[in-house]
Design a binder for this molecule. Structure first.
Ligand SMILES: Cc1ncc(COP(=O)(O)O)c(C=O)c1O
Length: 380
């Protein structure tokens, strides 16, 4: 891993022809510490948001000890970074044999199901008496930009039976839900916690762990999200009733922890009037833009290793592949004289970027560096 004091030093040294992804450890540290201090419970980082080894390492160093993993591979990626990290296998769908390997080889204790048949499959693979099994409940709220209740989750009415069956198998039953990703109102969590409270009232036993999932949004240019403190305050209030007899909340933030600390430095390959063609795009680190949440990231430009200043104008941005869909939806303001060979650094691009990039058309960069000066900040 190569360290640079700032992006200018990186550009001066590497003069890169391929995209370079810059990890700002101090930004990750601050983001993680704010979440750990504010969330009233246990914080599990959702590895799917960014599984880059450097990012995982930085999050571990920042105090993240628990990891929401969707596959055995993600569990192994976390294990490679930290032997003490606690991995939770929080996907109701797994490769056959994966749950057994997770429990036997990695000591994974926490699993999730959302259907009686899924539970039957899981308990054939693991020793249920050593496991906590979450029943995932489907919850829906209009403020979720990505609804995650259509694919996974049992209906609230079916939850008591599923939780009872988990207990009958000798595992500790627990409850999980995921309102969605980019959840634009804290009310979504309040509503889901209220539904959970009603489910738990029907049980003849107590539940110790309630996992309220991810979904905490970030503000991007042209896309304003409520501050994270509003979510923490609303969750804390709503959970008072839920946890009145003890118990613990868990959260699975992905975007909130991973988005601010990473930037992508790209190079301009072609300029046609107000259209810029870059060496990274919708098949690379920008793939999340196709989901119609935010439409652009904050930017700054460099010529050589010097930050560009001067009059700005708006540009359409395109990726390098042959696909005409490889076009970024939002226009961005950049220096009017920007040209071939100049660099553009995009900030706030740490979530759902590196973890989903492809090598379509042969464009793929694995160049990740760290920016270690605390005074260096990515575009925000
Ligand atoms: C089960 C689960 N947990 C956590 C997350 C993380 O969501 P976010 O990045 O919006 O916090 C997701 C996102 O898809 C998810 O499916």
């Amino acid at each position: 891993m190569t360290d640079f004091e700032n992006v200018s030093a990186m550009l001066g040294s590497l003069q890169p022809r391929e995209p370079v992804y810059c990890v700002y450890p101090h930004v990750y540290r601050k983001t993680a510490q704010e979440f750990l201090a504010g969330f009233p419970g246990r914080v599990l980082y959702a590895v799917k948001a960014n599984n880059d080894p450097t990012v995982l390492q930085v999050l571990v160093a920042a105090g993240i000890e628990h990891f929401d993993c969707a596959s055995l591979v993600e569990i192994e990626q976390v294990r490679d970074i930290s032997h003490d990290a606690v991995c939770y296998f929080m996907n109701p769908v797994r490769l056959i044999g994966a749950a057994r390997s997770a429990q036997e080889q990695h000591g994974v204790k926490h699993f999730v199901v959302d259907h009686v048949d899924g539970l039957a499959t899981l308990v054939k693979e693991i020793d249920a008496s050593r496991a906590v099994i979450f029943a995932r409940m489907a919850v829906h709220h209009k403020s979720a930009r990505w609804d995650l209740s259509t694919k996974f989750g049992a209906q609230p009415d079916d939850m008591p039976q599923l939780l009872q069956l988990i207990a009958d198998h000798g595992a500790e039953p627990a409850l999980a839900f995921n309102v969605g990703s980019v959840v634009m109102s804290p009310d979504a969590f309040v509503h889901s916690i209220e539904v959970t409270t009603k489910v738990l009232e029907q049980l003849p036993f107590q539940i110790r762990l309630v996992d309220i999932g991810g979904g905490y949004p970030k503000t991007y240019p042209g896309f304003e999200a409520p501050p994270i403190e509003d979510y923490f305050a609303a969750i804390r209030r709503a959970a008072q009733l839920l946890l009145k007899d003890g118990g613990e909340l868990l959260a699975e933030p992905g975007r909130a922890l991973s988005s601010p600390g990473l930037s992508a430095v790209t190079q301009v390959l072609l300029r046609k009037d107000d259209r810029l063609y870059l060496n990274d795009g919708m098949y690379g680190a920008f793939w999340e833009l196709r989901f119609d949440v935010q439409d652009r990231f904050p930017v700054r430009a460099f010529r050589g290793h010097t930050a560009m200043t001067g009059d700005a104008q708006s540009f359409h941005l395109y990726g390098p592949t042959c696909d005409s869909g490889d076009a970024m939806p939002g226009k961005v303001m950049l220096p009017a004289n920007i040209d071939v060979g100049d660099y553009i650094e995009f900030g706030l691009i740490g979530a759902y970027s590196l973890s989903g990039r492809t090598d379509f058309n042969g464009f793929y960069s694995d160049s990740v560096v760290t920016i270690d000066s605390a005074s260096a900040l990515p575009p925000a």
